[in-house]
Design a protein around this ligand. Structure first.
Ligand code: ADP
Length: 667
């Protein structure tokens, strides 16, 4: 076994690998970019090497720098994690040439599966079932369009070098094919420097079921059952579970054996995943093989009781797999959710910013949390915006989903938008819990999954107001002589009952809450729905214990200064969160900020303009696409917020823009 390894990755996966290495007594070396100088994975490792600038292509994607770091620190092996260089055959070879073990499959196996089209050719030969499609070398738009027609619409265009749903387009009809092809090729070129695509039949209501395989250098090759990863947005996984709902043992065996056949066909070693797309009736087709550890491997670990990173290390060091096929069994049910910094209401747009407040679920016998960030860290535009993976293991699927829904309700994040509410809604959705599982689930159930923007209730206004009052009281205690009458903030006013007024804005509604102070510490709050008696106390862990009317509850309230200088208060209570803006009557800037926002479309995150669809003087209607911004390796189409006339377009195609930059101005 190795005594020191280098982890050529960042974030949660780097932390996760370090954890197993530490348990096995193996020393770890982290690598980091400028942006990650203070990252969690750097703090966790025994040593760390700086490898370059923040952009991945200048750091985590530079093979030479990583190999150099391994040599300098005496690491005997490199764990690539997932993404970055994990499926780069050239990197695996370079490691070998430098005398360093690459913890992954042989370069030839990576190469064989590296291109979705090549992989399909190999699988066709090995008689593994394929989705009908075209995966040839002729890439002329005319031929691809003709093939699409032959396959029959709808079709799916996929980047051959693809991954993470990038460079993928569903095309409903022939007239939309050319545009979609251009978009897919553009995205593929940007993300993978390779615009080769394939076209295949687009299955409606399919399930994504994948098999975890493992092979060692001594002829062993087995499968660790399946994962269902059908719940997706933008063709990217959001929830993964094991075992797959409604899987019968005969089909499990058939899929497992097909996956093992696929792995054997390419002389596989280490951890790999064979992905299948399955029809509702269970018929399955090979999609691709990922020659690395997957993001969702923890659900397999949970139901099998195995540590797959440990298996990887054992196998990479030349050892035999710890167990044989017959010794593997499925225990209970596991589900994983990916908590992303993104805004589901804005088409899952990634959200960047500092995690001012972060409360993830606590780990216990049922709960595992894999994360690469801590409170105070920043989600940057440079890397994947995943905050954490939360994994629940329980006796059955219903129990696991129930537990997960509760955990998502208790998760608190301030500083970036997250999908926590959507994850909660999914795990408690009767159809999903009842076993309706396919890749179109989120789109189909949009109406019930996406919380409608309801006005804030009295509880939220009361809690935020109480937080504000507690803040006043606490600053008074810190800042001054507690005995001075000038510091006594019980709002004593001559000839008047003592009261404070706190004003909030909730969307376009302004609400003033009057708090009247009684002598015994009680308060009476005038709320939109009527007056209520209230009391409040700070708990030892910094939350607020609130009594309101007849009810008592504990809430977290986080105050944060927004980009425009104003203050937002986020209230977490009852498994929900609500953000209110403090209205400061003396501050005029906040009114200006909202007024100008309506006459311009701004960059929601830093990125590059890759397509402009309008010019000055154009008349546009609400929802009409204005431009395409490439950010975080994805294309984001920005649309007109209302009908209007374009006054000016501030940037040209190819230009880099910062977050908040005014892109298109309206008259
Ligand atoms: P990537 O490597 O970018 O993740 P995949 O080939 O694994 O791309 O596909 C990602 C997802 O896209 C799948 O999980 C599935 O939801 C959807 N998908 C892929 N192929 C098809 C298809 N032929 N029909 C319908 N959906 C598909």
């Amino acid at each position: 076994m190795f005594s020191k390894i280098l982890i050529a990755n960042r974030g949660e996966i780097a932390c996760r690998v370090i954890k197993t290495a530490r348990r096995l007594g193996i020393k770890t070396v982290a690598v980091y970019s400028d942006a990650d100088r203070n990252a969690r994975h750097v703090a966790m490792a025994d040593e760390a090497v700086h490898i370059g600038a923040s952009a991945a292509r200048e750091s985590y994607l530079v093979a030479d720098k990583i190999i150099d770091a391994a040599k300098r620190t005496g690491a005997q092996a490199v764990h690539p994690g997932y993404g970055f260089l994990s499926e780069n055959a050239g990197f695996a070879e370079a490691c070998a040439n430098a005398g360093i073990v690459f913890i992954g499959p042989p370069p030839a196996a990576i190469r064989a599966m590296g291109s979705k089209s090549e992989a399909k050719k190999i699988m066709e030969k090995a008689k593994v079932p394929l989705v009908p499609g075209y995966h040839g070398d002729d890439q002329s738009p005319e031929l691809l369009a003709k093939e699409a027609g032959r396959i029959g619409f709808p079709v799916l265009i996929k980047a051959s070098a693809g991954g993470g749903g990038k460079g993928m387009r569903v095309v409903e009809s022939a007239d939309k094919f050319a545009d979609a092809l251009a978009g897919a090729k553009r995205e593929a070129k940007a993300a993978f420097a390779d615009d080769h695509v394939l076209v295949e039949k687009y299955l409606t209501r399919p399930r994504h079921i994948e098999i975890q395989v493992f092979a060692d250098s001594q002829g062993g090759c087995l499968y660790l059952f399946e994962r269902d990863c059908s719940i997706q947005r933008r063709h990217q996984k959001v929830i993964e579970e094991a075992p797959a709902p409604n899987m019968d043992p005969a089909r499990r065996k058939a899929m497992g054996e097909a996956a093992v056949a696929a792995a054997r066909a390419i002389g596989y070693q280490g951890a790999g995943t064979v992905e299948f797309i399955a029809d509702q009736d269970g018929t399955f087709f090979f999609m691709e093989m990922n020659t690395r550890l997957q993001v969702e491997h923890p659900v397999t670990e949970a139901i099998t009781g195995q540590d797959l990173v440990e298996w990887q290390l054992v196998v990479a060091a030349g050892g035999k797999m710890p167990l044989g096929q017959d010794q593997l069994t499925i225990d209970g049910h596991a589900v994983e959710v990916r908590l992303y910094a993104e805004d589901p209401a804005r088409n899952f747009l990634p959200s960047t910013g500092t995690l001012v407040h972060l409360k993830l679920p606590e780990e216990d016998a049922h709960v595992r949390v894999d994360t690469g960030v801590r409170q105070g860290d920043t989600v940057t535009p440079f890397y994947d915006p995943m905050i954490a993976k939360v994994i629940v293991h329980d006796r059955d699927r219903a129990s696991a989903m129930r537990r997960m829904a509760t955990l998502m309700g208790e998760t608190e994040v301030v500083g970036v938008a997250t999908n926590a509410a959507l994850l909660k809604a999914l795990c408690s959705h009767p159809a999903f819990v009842g076993g309706e599982v396919d890749t179109g689930f989120i789109e189909r159930h949009r109406a019930t999954l996406f919380a409608k923007a309801t006005p804030a209730g009295d509880r939220a206004f009361a809690t935020a107001t109480l937080a504000r009052l507690v803040e006043w009281q606490e600053t008074r205690k810190i800042n001054g002589d507690p005995w001075s009458p000038w510091n006594d903030h019980n709002s004593f006013r001559l000839l008047e009952e003592g009261h404070d007024e706190v004003r909030w804005s909730d969307g376009d509604r302004d609400v003033a809450v009057i708090a009247r102070h009684h002598r015994d510490g009680h308060l009476r709050l005038d709320l939109p729905g009527g007056a209520q008696e209230a009391r409040v106390q700070r708990t030892a862990d910094g939350r607020l214990a609130v009594g309101l009317g007849g009810a008592t509850f504990v809430a977290t309230v986080v105050r944060r200064q927004a980009n425009d200088g104003g203050f937002d208060y986020t209230v977490f209570a009852d498994g929900e969160s609500r953000r209110l803006r403090l209205v400061d009557p003396l501050d005029v800037t906040q009114y200006e900020a909202t007024a100008s926002a309506e006459t311009a479309v701004r960059a929601p995150l830093p990125g590059k303009i890759i397509d402009l669809r309008v010019k000055a003087g154009d008349t546009v209607s609400k929802g009409q696409p204005l431009l395409v911004l490439e950010a975080m390796k994805m294309e984001h189409t920005l649309a007109a917020p209302a009908d209007g006339k374009v006054k000016s377009v501030r940037y040209a195609v190819g230009e880099q823009v910062t977050e908040g930059a005014e892109l298109v101005e309206f008259e």
